[in-house]
Design a protein around this ligand. Structure first.
Ligand code: SF4
Length: 427
């Protein structure tokens, strides 16, 4: 290839619009990307994976380029975005669509109000990529063979209803804008959401949650209008005493490249506060050394490592979930490697709507049956919440017990009973 052609390709690759136009959403496009070396059996395996996945496929060329294709099955980037039928294990019997019960806590379409003073605004249902492990697999992305999505389209009329609720509910001082991903909002839409929220006097903090910096960092460096809109909101917030922050989603140190560094440096210099949320996944980052590298790299970019979540119960990713015991162990290995404020809190987002709990804070944890029970006194004081380890981390006997509805129900009721007794100080 001539030097000019190479330069043109490099220029295109660094352009977010080119990346979005060339995002791969179908297996035939993936086959074309791989070229002559595409393995027919592998492509059929991916088709099988997609048929059993609640998330549609969408991957930017940038992410495809991060995958080590010579180590496709084990690659930690591939695992996040491309399902393979042969690796999918049966789901845990407690898996439910919308495991966090977000829709039960939605007073208006696209707003989750569970915590007293905090709300989650689902600005859109689109993302630059679609992650297999997405908590919001009930609504984000295109329909799949398994799931007809509950849409949250980026419409001003929908946002107006949400803004009216927030204005009428001044107890809410903290709003997370997520979805979907603000990287898929147009600059005018980003401004409309940001300025709409800033016009509500009771709101003191606004967070934009995004995977974008990890999968499309060139958006920040090449889409000047979009970055300008984000910086304008950040500046306007600071001027009126409202904290605006950008919550990124890096899961592996290899997601941090020269493109990421350029984007993060630009945002830091322009005063955008950044924090990171990671999802703990087997084969991706369930290794203290990988986590340490990630935390160090993020800290150097002034992106504060904030949370590490255990993986939610989402269909088709049982093999990627980690046990509560492993999460506790990795947290212990990590604590002390750097400053405390750059050490992430490991949390379980409890199924059923208890919110995020420190992974160590269970009332009871039975490693044999793989069930942990949490209390959430500030959210639902009367209720106990359970999180379950992946079946493959349990003995064959425990796996058999979970597959028998009567024994499974007894495991649950026994665990709840022990947890109640412990929380009342009887054990
Ligand atoms: S970017 Fe976020 S909202 Fe979108 S699919 Fe991934 S995890 Fe879900």
């Amino acid at each position: 290839m001539s030097r000019i052609a190479h330069e043109m390709m490099r220029h295109e690759f660094a352009d977010a619009a080119w990346q979005e136009r060339h995002a791969v959403t179908r297996v035939d496009q993936l086959r074309a990307w791989v070229g002559g070396d595409a393995d027919g059996n592998l492509m059929r395996d991916i088709e099988l994976g997609l048929a059993r996945a609640p998330m549609a496929m969408r991957i930017t060329p940038y992410v495809l380029n991060l995958i080590d294709w010579s180590n496709f099955f084990q690659d930690p980037i591939r695992k996040q975005f491309i399902p393979i039928g042969s690796e999918i294990l049966p789901s845990h019997p407690l898996l439910r669509m919308d495991s966090l019960h977000e829709r039960e806590s939605s007073p208006v379409d696209g707003l989750v109000h569970r915590y007293h003073d905090k709300a989650l605004l689902l600005a859109t249902d689109r993302c630059p990529v679609y992650c297999r492990f997405c908590t919001r697999s009930y609504g984000v992305g295109l329909d799949t063979q398994l799931v007809s999505k509950k849409r949250a389209s980026p419409f001003q009329s929908r946002w107006n209803t949400i803004l009216a609720y927030l204005r009428a509910t001044p107890v809410i001082v903290d709003v997370v804008v997520s979805g979907g991903d603000c990287f898929r909002l147009k600059p005018s839409q980003l401004l409309a959401v940001g300025t709409g929220l800033l016009s509500i006097p009771s709101i003191r903090r606004i967070r934009f949650a995004t995977k974008g910096l990890a999968v499309l960092p060139m958006k920040v460096t090449s889409d000047h209008e979009w970055t300008g809109a984000l910086v304008n909101i950040s500046d306007a917030g600071r001027n009126q005493g409202v904290e605006i922050s950008f919550h990124t989603h890096f899961n592996h140190p290899r997601e941090i490249t020269d493109y990421t560094i350029a984007a993060a440096e630009l945002l830091f210099k322009r005063g955008v506060r950044m924090r990171n949320q990671t999802v703990l996944m087997a084969g991706v980052n369930d290794d203290p050394e990988v986590m340490k590298q990630l935390v160090k790299k993020l800290s150097d970019l002034h992106i504060q490592p904030y949370y590490v979540y255990t993986c939610d119960l989402v269909g088709g990713i049982e093999h990627m979930r980690c046990s509560v015991g492993l999460a506790c162990q990795i947290e212990k290995d990590l604590r002390g490697i750097t400053a405390g404020y750059n050490t992430p809190l490991f949390v379980v987002d409890t199924p059923g709507g208890g919110g995020k709990r420190d992974v160590h804070s269970f009332e009871h944890y039975d490693r044999q049956t793989g069930i942990a029970v949490y209390r959430a006194p500030s959210v639902r004081p009367e209720q106990l919440f359970t999180y379950v380890d992946p079946l493959q981390s349990l003995s064959l006997d425990a796996q058999a017990a979970w597959s028998d509805p009567q024994r499974a129900s007894r495991i649950l009721s026994d665990a709840i009973e022990v947890a109640r007794a412990k929380s009342m100080g009887f054990e």
